[in-house]
Design a protein around this ligand. Structure first.
Ligand code: XIL
Length: 440
């Protein structure tokens, strides 16, 4: 006599299949050099339907020397995945980390050009093969500022992120374009609000962004918080997808893994979950044993919790848990960016300064008044001792004292109420200049 125990039709038996039944994916980070290991690929091929190259698509891997592109290990992963019906998250096109030496030593216009070329080349190379790209990774600062992280890319001008997204969209219009970061999971953290404000601004101004990646490396310093669902749903309400991109949890609490899955399932625009490695021994934080499989490949209690949560989950949730309701009142730090009132001369300018001992970077935002600009001139008087050494996205008349800045060919035309940015870098102390703007 044969006994057949059949699972309910809706219950998958692997992470990928169960997520798929909920219209989502379940992915993992993959290292190319492990693809020859049987124990590794057995679990990978059985459980996952999304793959992120753990290091192979980073800038140092894909452009080790300037202008020389190298795709062997990234293609190995892409081909392994796609030939088995798995999709690929591209990671990452622009980042302060894991830059090749030649890029680390670059600044200013040369770096901006090199970054855009890198994005164009790599996104074009993989065009049509990438589900979503982490276009920009980790651009915000930790701590309470809610602002950008200083980096050579940031110093090319505050618009480097939107420039990166535009280049990626032009190169591969079929890929979802994500901003990806860590410590952005807790809704009350300043960094989360900083990214939220940027995404809201991008959506308002038509910068091409489709998704936000939450790395979700949870540990004692950055623990899972019950407002995680609020974070996911609040970003989704801006009109972007949300993805959990690098999940690992120190100690791999089954309960915490379950809650993360439930939070994703509760948010319609949460596309899927990627864990940052397969077995604990594959983790970048192996000593924290943060993953779903033991080093010997056996399933941990966290695995069972995740699978059960995927199978039990409903979309949308039958009863909306209180925390899934997006905040009805805007959180204090999310006030819309203040747009300067239109000036009599047809435009206004504001300066944001990043000053350190002996040097500074100034970003200038030019905003058109009630009618469109066909060209503009911004005048900025520098205090004595301040000297401009480098600038971008504007032509300048001088380097000290009263400096005049005029548009370059591509940013003279600014629609009514719209803005464009330029910037400059210098030595000395710039103070808080009061720019004037005139239409030309
Ligand atoms: C990590 C990899 O897992 C390591 O192998 C590598 O040595 C360093 O980078 N945030 C990210 C990932 O976006 O790219 C990082 O991956 C982990 C943190």
């Amino acid at each position: 006599m044969a006994l057949f125990v059949t699972a309910p039709a809706s219950a998958g038996t692997t992470l990928g299949a169960s997520a798929a039944e909920k219209g989502r994916y379940f992915g993992t980070a993959v290292a190319a050099y492990k693809l020859s290991e049987n124990a590794y690929t057995t679990i990978l091929n059985r459980e996952f339907n999304m793959v992120t190259p753990e290091n192979e698509m980073k800038i140092d891997a894909t452009e080790p020397q300037q202008g020389r592109f190298s795709y062997a290990s990234s293609e190995q992963i892409v081909n392994h995945a796609r030939s088995r019906g798995m999709q690929v998250r591209g990671h990452t096109l622009a980042w302060h980390g894991q830059q090749p030496g030649w890029m680390q030593s670059m600044e200013g216009t040369a770096l901006r050009t090199a970054m855009l070329n890198h994005i164009t080349q790599v996104a074009t190379h993989f065009k049509g093969q990438i589900y979503s790209w982490d276009v920009v990774n980790e651009a915000f600062a930790d701590g309470n500022s809610g602002g950008r992280r200083d980096s050579n890319l940031q110093r090319t001008g505050n618009d480097w992120i939107e420039a990166a997204f535009r280049a990626a969209r032009a190169a591969d219009p079929g890929a979802k374009l994500c901003y990806n970061d860590y410590n952005t999971d807790n809704w009350t953290w300043a960094k989360t609000q900083g990214v939220y404000n940027m995404v809201r601004d991008f959506k308002a101004r038509g910068v091409p962004i489709d998704c936000v990646g939450f790395q979700s490396h949870f540990n004692n310093d950055s623990p899972y918080a019950s407002n995680y669902r609020t974070t996911l749903s609040s970003f989704a309400a801006l009109g972007v997808d949300v993805q959990i991109t690098e999940l690992d949890i120190q100690g791999a609490s089954a309960d915490t893994y379950r809650r993360v899955v439930e939070d994703c399932l509760a948010v319609a625009r949460c596309n899927g979950i990627t864990v940052w490695g397969i077995r604990d021994s594959d983790s970048w934080r192996a000593s924290q044993t943060p993953l779903l499989f033991n080093s010997n490949g056996s399933k941990k209690p966290a695995y069972d919790a995740v699978l059960a949560a995927l199978n039990n989950g409903t979309t949308p949730p039958t009863t909306a848990p209180p925390t899934s309701v997006p905040p009805t009142t805007a959180p204090p730090t999310t006030a819309p960016p203040t747009t300067p009132p239109p000036g009599q001369g047809g435009c206004t300018a504001t300066v944001t300064v990043n000053q350190w001992t002996g040097g500074f970077v100034a970003n200038v935002r030019v905003t058109a008044g009630s009618s469109a600009l066909n060209g503009w001139t911004v005048t900025i008087t520098l205090p004595s001792g301040a000297t401009v050494t480098n600038s971008w996205s504007a032509n300048s008349s001088g380097t000290t004292g009263t400096t005049n800045w005029t548009n370059v060919s591509y940013n003279g035309r600014v629609g009514a109420g719209q803005s464009t940015e330029f910037g400059f870098q210098g030595t000395g102390t710039v103070g808080s200049p009061s720019p004037t703007c005139a239409a030309s």
